[in-house]
Design a protein around this ligand. Structure first.
Ligand code: GLU
Length: 547
């Protein structure tokens, strides 16, 4: 029996041979230096922080080199597949407005991009290896494999199906054919040519050179269901899809020797590997990977509910991805993330602790740079889903809301007080009369003066047409004529002579307006609220504090 007949017996009904696929998926026509990257999740449900981290790196590097980043679904492990997992992933990406250039749900000429639809392709290449005597059927039952494993454990030997432990490696074709005739089930393993005592080097784009022993394990390439293992599928797919850079989690580093050997046995050019360290979290003094099952911060829906846009998550992840990104972003207010040049060599070698505070501070910068009109639109979308009361107020008072949202915005150093869309109401509720009237917060402590001083100021001094300078000059003059001083030294020497400094007068106005000691510039607050509302709030304030 020839090797070809043997391969046909082992893997019958494979429509095309491997040469067919080589010409079906020709080299990509891209400019020199263009990277082809991919994100290759198992369909285990939804997109989470970890998947965004890896996919952003892949997208960013492909796009900045005018290359391609595609989405491939790795569903050959039935145990890891969940119902609607594929749809869930594609929808999540689309809802987050993250678009791959190609891939499952995105089209392209190098598909199918779902591994379970590529069975014939893998088998065609497995047949190539069988024909070249570089792969063989293995009939070992799980009990036999367990026995081998137990023996190796007991003898403190290296675990695995290699050398003399590779029981089926030396079966003759005739023996194998007999077993098949007897109905014995089998899988296909590759015939390793490696020697564990030799060293190979993984030239990792992120982690640098890593020396490892050469592979000598005859690992499975085709399972009993006819589907490939991750190792085999990875090598075939990244070859046929012409991936130049494999960005994947660093848990795969230890499998590299297998992949390296498979690329060699198949005579494929090996891509560059960039193994990404995970985002981690501290729990009871131990550090573990951020978990999509355990950690609420891993779910993108968590940020969606808070009103933190995907762009912010992307910016935050960029600060982890390249150590100099944050400084660059802070110093370049007019540039966007796509203007930054990412490099593998600037990625962290070890895991990075997830830092929600950092994420929120990035978010504040992000929102501070947004035009009021855009903020308003986003706020409408957000409140429509999460805060109907505020939505109605915003929609019924568009011009007013735009003014409020523009307070200390659109200036060289805008306020950085909003980290999320849900913060807008928390920051500006007092600017909306309905929300103020229904608010039960207590007034924060402040030094008061006679009510008439305030009322008289509003009625007779305040002029809505004054610019900020004139307004403040008048406030100062009025306060100084009514028991306050602008002279710090005089106040220090004789504090009992005055109600307080001019700032004390302004602080009182502020608390009357918003109950708090901190707010944006009160010049704008008064201007937008208007005299009538201010009188009303003054009366309320004195009524409350007298009770
Ligand atoms: N499907 C693999 C996983 O979910 C991805 C590994 C790779 O990107 O090659 O871990």
């Amino acid at each position: 029996m020839t090797n070809k007949e043997f391969a046909d017996l082992l893997l019958p009904n494979v429509e095309h041979d491997w040469q067919y696929y080589e010409s079906l998926y020709p080299a990509r026509n891209l400019e020199k230096g263009a990277m082809v990257t991919r994100f290759a999740p198992s369909p285990t449900g939804f997109v989470h922080m970890g998947s965004l981290y890896t996919s952003f790196a892949a997208l960013q590097l492909a796009h900045q080199t005018h290359g391609i980043c595609y989405l491939r679904i790795e569903d050959t492990d039935g145990k890891r597949t969940v119902e609607n997992g594929i749809k869930g992933i594609i929808n999540d990406f689309k809802n987050l407005n993250i678009n791959f250039d190609e891939g499952c749900g995105f089209g392209g000429n190098y598909g199918p991009y779902v591994q379970s639809e590529r069975k014939d392709i893998y088998q065609a290449y497995a047949k190539k290896l069988i024909e070249e005597d570089l792969a063989y059927p293995c009939f070992c039952s799980s009990e036999e494999l367990n026995d081998i494993r137990n023996y190796q454990e007991h003898k403190k030997l290296r675990i695995g199906y290699y050398k003399k432990y590779a029981k089926c490696r030396d079966l003759s074709k005739e023996e194998a054919v007999n077993k098949i005739k007897n109905g014995e089930s089998f899988i296909i393993r590759f015939r390793s040519q490696g020697n564990f005592d030799n060293k190979i080097i993984l030239h990792d784009a992120i982690k640098g050179d890593i020396e490892m022993p050469e592979n000598d394990i005859d690992d499975v390439i085709i399972k009993s269901d006819g589907l490939p293992t991750y190792h085999f599928a990875h090598v075939i797919d990244d070859h046929l899809m012409h991936t130049t850079h494999v960005t994947r989690g660093d848990e795969w580093i230890s499998s590299y020797p297998k992949h390296h050997e498979l690329f060699k046995l198949l005579n494929f050019e090996e891509p560059v590997y960039a193994h990404i360290a995970p985002i981690t979290i501290k729990e009871n003094n131990t550090i573990r990977k951020l978990s999509k099952r355990k950690d609420k911060e891993a779910a993108i829906s968590y940020y969606h509910k808070l009103g933190i846009p995907t762009e912010v998550i992307r910016l935050y992840l960029a600060t982890i991805e390249n150590y100099d990104f944050e400084e660059w972003y802070t110093n370049n207010p007019t540039l966007g993330i796509n203007d930054f040049k990412f490099e593998f060599s600037k990625m962290p070698i070890g895991g990075t602790l997830f830092d929600i505070e950092k994420l929120l501070s990035i978010s504040k910068i992000y929102f501070s740079r947004m035009k009021n009109t855009e903020l308003y639109e986003r706020l409408l979308n957000y409140t429509k889903e999460y805060d109907e009361e505020f939505y109605n107020i915003l929609i019924n008072n568009k011009e007013y809301a735009l003014n409020v949202l523009n307070i200390e915005r659109d200036i060289p150093r805008p306020r950085k007080d909003i980290a999320s869309l849900s913060d807008v109401r928390k920051e500006f509720w007092y600017m909306f009369n309905e929300l103020f009237d229904n608010n039960n917060d207590l007034y924060e402590d402040v030094k008061i003066c006679d009510k008439n001083i305030i009322i008289n100021y509003i009625n007779n001094i305040y002029d809505i047409n004054d610019n900020e300078d004139v307004w403040f000059t008048k406030v100062k003059e009025y306060a100084c004529n009514n028991g306050y001083t602008a002279d710090k030294k005089a106040f220090k020497e004789n504090p009992d002579k005055y109600i307080g400094m001019v700032a004390t007068f302004c602080a009182l106005l502020r608390v009357i307006i918003c109950k708090k000691n901190m707010s944006p510039n009160i010049y704008y607050l008064i201007k937008y609220l208007g005299k009538e509302e201010l009188i009303k709030r003054t009366e309320l304030f004195y009524k409350k504090i007298n009770n």
